[in-house]
Design a protein around this ligand. Structure first.
Ligand code: GDP
Length: 445
């Protein structure tokens, strides 16, 4: 699922890598490419349009963070917009104040309703509820039996018309089921309804009648994520014909393009609440828009990294550093240690590298070396006295040997660190000069 879209997006982000800032032309080109990628993934046109509009507005806008490079900024915006398209916060089931809570499932035949009924029952049972399944799909041959098998597997009671009882009216079955649930202390009733291969008036009328007799707390519309553009028309028909309160995406394990998943929220105005990801009862999840968006971007770690980077380099910290340089003070090994520790708190370097499109394959090898290197540098600075951290010139040969022993490194490691650090410090001073900051010795200003 979403593989093509993910690949397309990484390719688009890769082109932004290394850019100092984004010109309007860059933003337009990027937006155009993302638009194409979404359309190719079968996302409904109105959804694509509003997505691209927001993206452009935000990429051009003043909200752009100074802590992130342009590629990161675009990724961040795309991620946030994806989360919104998928429903923002997400929503949990609403339970009735007076049990039983009634959950009605609706959708086309083959959408995955019956399978979902079993999954949902197992999920709710796991949460300590006493769910009951109702076989109100009397249209499809075997639907009742299928539900009974699933109910048995989930260890949940199934209410169904007895074979040969002559009860062929799903509305009556649903009505009886609610009474049965009340008598037997079932706190949740999940009603499986019939679907047709296409939308038709009779099916809608039946679903509406079941809705009227069961007075459901939730009407969940189950949609096969593989159906692409048709999803929109189907979703609209169910929204208007039955009225739905939530959406369940099924067959998210398939390799479809994913357009339905990205369109259905906006088209129905109702949240996606669950995801079905396989034929087994356990292949089921509460739907989290943010996790799904991260999966689409294929960059879960990187996104939290972007968040952390923003925090790390937040304005306050920048001001503190600027104030220090303004005061004519040098950037010391102590400051360097602070920053190293902050970087290390962000997790392994592989996370940082995963941000760079194309680095994914090599990241493990590079990361291992670099994490070790950072840890080494941290150990060296920690073995120094505060005086030495401010003024490395105090480090004579015997101190260097002591520190090497103390930090489990070699004198060469220490020499290298000091040389590099002194160079970096010199550069910072020059940069301070260029920015009009007083250099060392300018304390009087
Ligand atoms: P219904 O007609 O809406 O009740 O649909 P069913 O629950 O009978 O599902 C139709 C077919 O899709 C069955 O073969 C299911 O095993 C299969 N199916 C349902 N959900 C999923 C899913 O999440 N992933 C996959 N791969 N197959 C599913």
């Amino acid at each position: 699922m979403f593989d093509t879209l993910s690949d397309r997006l990484s390719g688009i982000f890769a082109q932004l890598k290394g850019k100092g800032r984004l010109s309007d032309a860059d933003i337009d080109r990027t937006a155009r490419e993302i638009r194409m990628a979404l359309l190719e993934a079968d996302v409904a046109l109105p959804v694509v349009k509003s997505f691209i509009f927001q993206l452009k507005e935000r990429a051009r806008g003043a909200e752009v963070s100074k802590a992130l490079n342009p590629a990161q900024q675009v990724i961040k915006i795309v991620h946030e917009e994806l989360v919104l398209v998928l429903g923002g916060e997400g929503r949990r089931l609403q339970f009735a104040k007076q049990p039983p809570t009634v959950i009605m499932l609706a959708g086309l035949q083959g959408a995955g309703k019956t399978t979902l009924a079993g999954k949902l029952a197992l999920h709710l049972k796991g949460l300590g509820h006493q769910p009951m399944l109702v076989a109100a799909d009397l249209q499809r041959p075997n639907a009742v039996q299928q539900l009974q098998v699933l109910g048995e597997r989930a260890g949940v009671e199934v209410f169904a018309p007895e074979v040969g009882s002559g009860v062929g009216d799903p509305v009556q079955v649903a009505k009886d089921a609610i009474e049965h649930a009340k008598r037997h202390m079932r706190d949740i009733v999940i009603v499986d309804t019939a679907g047709r291969l296409g939308i038709d008036a009779e099916m809608m009328a039946q679903a509406a009648a079941i809705r009227d007799v069961t007075n459901p707390d939730e009407v969940l519309f189950v949609i096969d994520a593989m159906v692409g553009q048709d999803a929109v028309a189907t979703a609209e028909a169910f929204r208007d014909g039955v009225g739905i309160t939530g959406v369940v995406l099924s067959k998210l394990d398939g390799d479809a393009r994913g357009g339905a998943a990205l369109s259905v929220r906006q088209v129905t105005g109702q949240p996606i609440m669950f995801a079905s990801t396989g034929e087994k009862l356990e292949d089921f999840d509460v739907f989290h828009p943010d996790r799904m968006a991260s999966r689409i971007l294929g960059m879960g770690d990187m996104l939290s990294l972007i968040e952390q980077t923003e925090k790390l380099f937040d304005e306050e910290q920048k001001e503190k550093m600027t104030a220090k340089l303004m005061g004519g003070q040098d950037f010391t090994l102590e400051d360097f240690l602070d920053q190293l520790l902050a970087v290390r708190r962000m997790g392994p370097i592989s996370n940082l590298l995963a941000m760079m499109p194309g680095m994914n394959q090599m990241k493990d090898q590079i990361a291992e070396v670099d994490d070790k290197h950072l840890d080494k540098v941290t150990a060296i600075i920690r073995s120094m006295t505060p005086g030495e951290r401010t003024d490395p010139k105090l480090l004579n040969a015997s101190r260097r040997t002591r520190i090497a022993n103390g930090s489990g490194t070699s004198v060469t490691d220490i020499n290298q660190l000091i040389t590099r650090f002194t160079e970096a410090q010199k550069m910072m001073r020059q940069m301070g000069g260029m920015m009009g900051l007083p250099g060392r010795g300018g304390k009087s200003s």
